[in-house]
Design a protein around this ligand. Structure first.
Ligand SMILES: Nc1ncnc2c1ncn2[C@@H]1O[C@H](COP(=O)(O)OP(=O)(O)OP(=O)(O)O)[C@@H](O)[C@H]1O
Ligand SMILES: [Mg+2]
Length: 308
């Protein structure tokens, strides 16, 4: 039995690749993790959710397909499977992003829910979502709805700030969804006002405050947060100091947000990345000997171990 089928207990897992900042390598990671999974025998569908800036097809070396998410949102097709197109890599298919100016922030709730529902009907072992930049609620919701979330950041101050902003946004969006579904609003309001004078410093303190007011609900929320799987990749790394930043970010996230972030590792700045983009070819296909190729494969393996 091949490894993929032995792991069928995986069921249909959704992996989201995100991060606050644009141009940090989300699509590079999404495309090549998808290829890496497909090469291991998993049936993979990669979905370009960078609405308005869709370019995952380029990272996968595939021309823009005829049918894209635009057709799904505007009702040309009701069947998400009609959007799935094969790529040159066996086991790997693509759903291309909207080719209009729609943008994630403008995606209607109805369409978002239809897509989330549609993902369940996709014939795939793993679905990879390539999210666009920014912290639009819709982007956060796709990230939160996934079983596994990967953040891509660069080892530079603006990108790190954006990453923390993204993590913070995930925390508060998740809290907001709890509020809506468990009528926790009054507790959260009370927790926030209880410390009004001292100002709650961190999301973690807010959680502690909620626990003081209602221990059971506070614990429930804390447990839910601890189940959020967040992983961090530092990309375009050029020095040992850059590499170590990831460990510091892990610690800060735990202390400040109460969120466990797992530093998956780093990818070096590598000329073959932009060369592959220019040639409109997938890195792992065109440059399998690139320095970052085995690193991407190791990261994929780590993520698989983690969800077994
Ligand atoms: N490790 C790397 N080494 C060298 N160049 C890189 C590396 N990673 C990314 N790049 C360059 O950065 C560009 C942007 O990468 P990518 O499109 O994956 O980012 P993104 O986060 O998806 O951007 P967007 O937010 O616009 O969707 C690539 O086209 C490539 O030229
Ligand atoms: Mg991208």
């Amino acid at each position: 039995m091949c490894q993929a089928h032995a792991d069928m207990a995986l069921n249909k897992k959704i992996w989201a690749i995100g991060g606050g900042k644009g141009g940090v390598g989300k699509s590079l990671v999404a495309a090549n993790q998808a290829i890496s999974l497909a090469k291991r025998g998993y049936k993979v569908v990669a979905i370009d959710l960078d609405l308005g800036g869709a370019n995952l097809h380029t990272c996968l070396g595939t021309p823009i397909p005829k049918m894209t998410l635009s057709d799904y949102f505007n009702g040309t097709t009701q069947n998400i499977n009609e959007l799935v197109i094969p790529t040159s890599v066996g086991n790997l298919s693509l759903i291309s992003g909207a080719q209009d100016e729609m943008g994630m922030a403008n995606l209607k709730k109805l369409h978002k829910n239809r897509l989330l529902q549609g993902l369940k009907n996709l014939n795939a072992d793993v679905i990879i979502l390539d999210l666009g930049a920014g912290t639009a609620f819709n982007t956060l919701d796709f990230f939160i709805s996934s079983q596994l979330g990967v953040l891509v950041a660069l080892p530079e101050p603006t990108s790190i700030e954006n990453t923390y902003r993204f993590i913070r946004s995930i925390f508060f969006r998740r809290l907001q969804l709890f509020e809506e579904s468990f009528e926790l609003k009054s507790i959260i309001d009370r927790a926030q006002s209880a410390k009004l004078n001292q100002k709650l410093n961190s999301p973690k303190e807010l959680l502690n405050e909620i626990k003081e007011i209602d221990y059971r609900k506070g614990m429930y929320i804390e447990n839910e947060f601890s189940r959020l799987q967040l992983h961090l990749i530092l990309n375009q790394v050029r020095s040992q100091k850059d590499i170590e930043l990831g460990h510091a970010m892990e610690k800060i996230s735990r202390r400040y947000f109460g969120l466990n972030i797992n530093y998956l590792g780093h990818l070096d700045y590598d000329a073959s990345v932009w060369q592959s983009v220019r040639q409109r070819k997938a890195l792992l296909v065109e440059y399998p000997n690139a320095i970052i190729a085995p690193k991407i494969q190791t990261m994929t393996a780590k993520l698989l171990n983690e969800i077994h």
